[in-house]
Write a protein of this length. Structure first.
Length: 196
């Protein structure tokens, strides 16, 4: 929130607190954004401390059933989504997922920010996406190379993975990307910054 403090914090504080101008949100996205976290306190604090602050999952220190787990041991295909102007999870940070898994990764980069890049109304004229598939055996390419090598597509239904995505844009996938893929196993969705 402090990364865009004027837009996300101070303008609201000035308008609502100092000027007393509390207006109902006319933007559905902002109403959704103000929804509270629905996790028990202990779970939420562990989630923030272990996964964000300590980065235990990416570092191989996250404990499940008394054993540390490694993302490199996961063989299920991964569908990772990042957004170009995300202030919470910068897309180049999300792209590091390619270095953490030893499996097939479909990486999607959408236009927009943290919320609008994921949830957008159908037919939005400024929504686009790029999509690429990396196999476990593929050599690493930098985020900038990835950006240059993958064509930008207009998202006719809003964003990729939602109603408007043409399945032919998905490499070697024959069904809707955000539904279960029974023939390919479980798919993991990631949109969080990864530090290494």
């Amino acid at each position: 929130m402090l990364l865009r403090s004027y837009d996300l914090l101070w303008s609201k504080m000035v308008n609502e607190y100092l000027l007393g101008d509390k207006q109902p949100s006319t933007n559905e996205l902002m109403a959704w954004n103000s929804d509270a976290t629905r996790m028990p306190y202990k779970m939420h604090s562990q989630y923030l401390r272990l996964l964000f602050l300590n980065n235990d999952l990416a570092s191989g220190r996250y404990i499940v059933n008394d054993r540390p787990i490694s993302l490199r041991d996961i063989r299920a295909p991964v569908f990772a989504v990042a957004t170009v102007t995300d202030h919470v999870a910068p897309w180049r940070s999300v792209y590091k997922i390619n270095d953490l898994f030893n499996t097939e990764i479909t990486f999607v980069l959408t236009s927009g920010g943290h919320n609008a890049g994921i949830v957008s109304e159908p037919g939005h004229p400024r929504r686009s996406f790029q999509i690429g598939l990396q196999q476990a055996e593929d050599k690493h390419i930098s985020p900038d190379q990835w950006l240059q090598q993958h064509e930008k597509h207009q998202a006719p239904g809003g964003n990729p993975g939602w109603a408007g995505l043409n399945p032919s844009h998905l490499p070697d996938m024959s069904c809707h990307p955000l539904s279960a893929i029974p023939t390919r196993g479980f798919t993991l969705y990631v949109m969080h910054p990864v530090t290494m």
